[in-house]
Ligand binder design. Structure first.
Ligand code: MN3
Ligand code: MN3
Length: 342
């Protein structure tokens, strides 16, 4: 028997591959949920009382979220997983699990909301709006082109020589784009459902949004943790260049966000409030990456913070599912859960 060119090794979960991945594994799997577990019909009374402008703003926000989740699941998480060295089987497993949540659970949930609230014709019009919306398309392009660059290098390094530094820079940039998507870009879309949820309206959709936010916050912290490890491995000059690249990417995304938020929220008079929320979450993304906050601290609309307050809901998280759902036991996530020492 001749020896193979590669050495293939199985994932050995008996040993910790690093100081944090198995904790994230536990957190992710304990949070698992399915879109069909939340019945949306209870929202219909409120939905039908809303005026056309409000409904359109609500639906368009969920559509923006759909696009982000779709590509995060289809390429963002998988490409990062594939870029990791073979020895990181556990990290790959955690990233693959996250990838599965993005499209199969999160994007599917938005579609379930559309199917409950809207007719087929309006749903098709909504997706056509997204396909044609230049600003949304540009936001997607900023993120996905970073992923695609790493995708190309993943392939090339199997068959050709790829410079190690080039590869690691593309990997780091993918982590940055991923954390920006997870921890910042989603939040202009989350704002409106939270705004209703905080007022006790459209509660079932709000429950779904909160389940998604609970997932995305773990994703942002996990990929941010990997990003920090990579960043520490670069020399000072390289670090400065990558920090500059990071700031430039954020400013391009933020400027696109300003346009997108105007487009969606001007008609309901919430634009400035939403942009404040975007900056607040951009700061969180910077903290996840181990950088200092980019924007000044500002007050966030208390109604939205009320909607976002997952701490009060985890105790009673599944009560709205109405059938004594008991499959999983989740505990509230605290900042110290993500501190693993040096
Ligand atoms: Mn998601
Ligand atoms: Mn995610």
């Amino acid at each position: 028997m001749s020896k193979t060119e590669y050495l293939y090794q199985g994932a050995n979960w008996n040993e910790h591959e690093d100081a944090f991945t198995q904790a994230f594994y536990e957190q992710n799997l304990s949070q698992f949920w399915r879109p069909e577990e939340i019945s949306l019909h209870g929202d219909l009374n409120v939905w039908h009382m809303l005026d056309e402008t409000t409904r359109l703003a609500y639906a368009r926000n969920l559509l923006v979220l759909t696009y982000l989740d779709t590509y995060q699941g289809d390429i963002g998480m998988p490409v990062l997983s594939r870029s990791l060295d073979d020895k990181f089987h556990q990290r790959k497993a955690v990233l693959n699990f996250m990838a599965a949540m993005e499209n199969a659970v999160h994007a599917k949930s938005y579609s379930n909301i559309f199917m409950t609230y809207m007719n087929v014709e309006d749903i098709n019009k909504l997706f056509a709006w997204g396909d044609e919306h230049e600003c949304l398309q540009q936001i997607m392009d900023e993120i996905v082109s970073v992923y695609r660059d790493l995708d190309r290098l993943n392939y090339l390094r199997l068959y050709e020589n790829v410079d190690k530094a080039t590869f690691e820079i593309a990997q780091f940039k993918t982590c940055v784009a991923s954390v920006f998507l997870e921890t910042c870009l989603f939040y202009s879309g989350f704002y409106y459902p939270l705004y209703f949820y905080g007022q006790g309206k459209l509660m079932q959709a709000g429950e779904i949004i909160n389940l998604i936010i609970r997932d995305e916050s773990v994703h942002g912290v996990y990929v941010g943790t990997i990003a920090r490890e990579m960043y520490d491995s670069f020399d000072k000059t390289q670090q400065q260049q990558l920090k500059q690249w990071t700031d430039n990417l954020m400013m391009r995304l933020y400027n696109l966000k300003i346009q997108l938020v105007h487009d969606i929220y001007d008609s309901v008079g919430l634009t400035e409030d939403v942009l404040r929320f975007v900056r607040y979450n951009a700061n969180k993304a910077y903290l996840n990456l181990g950088f200092e906050e980019l924007f000044e601290n500002e007050e966030i609309n208390p109604v939205v913070l009320n909607g976002l307050n997952t701490a009060t809901k985890t105790q009673d998280f599944f009560s709205m599912k109405g059938n004594g759902y008991q499959k999983m036991v989740s505990t509230e996530i605290k900042d110290e859960d993500f501190f693993f020492g040096e």
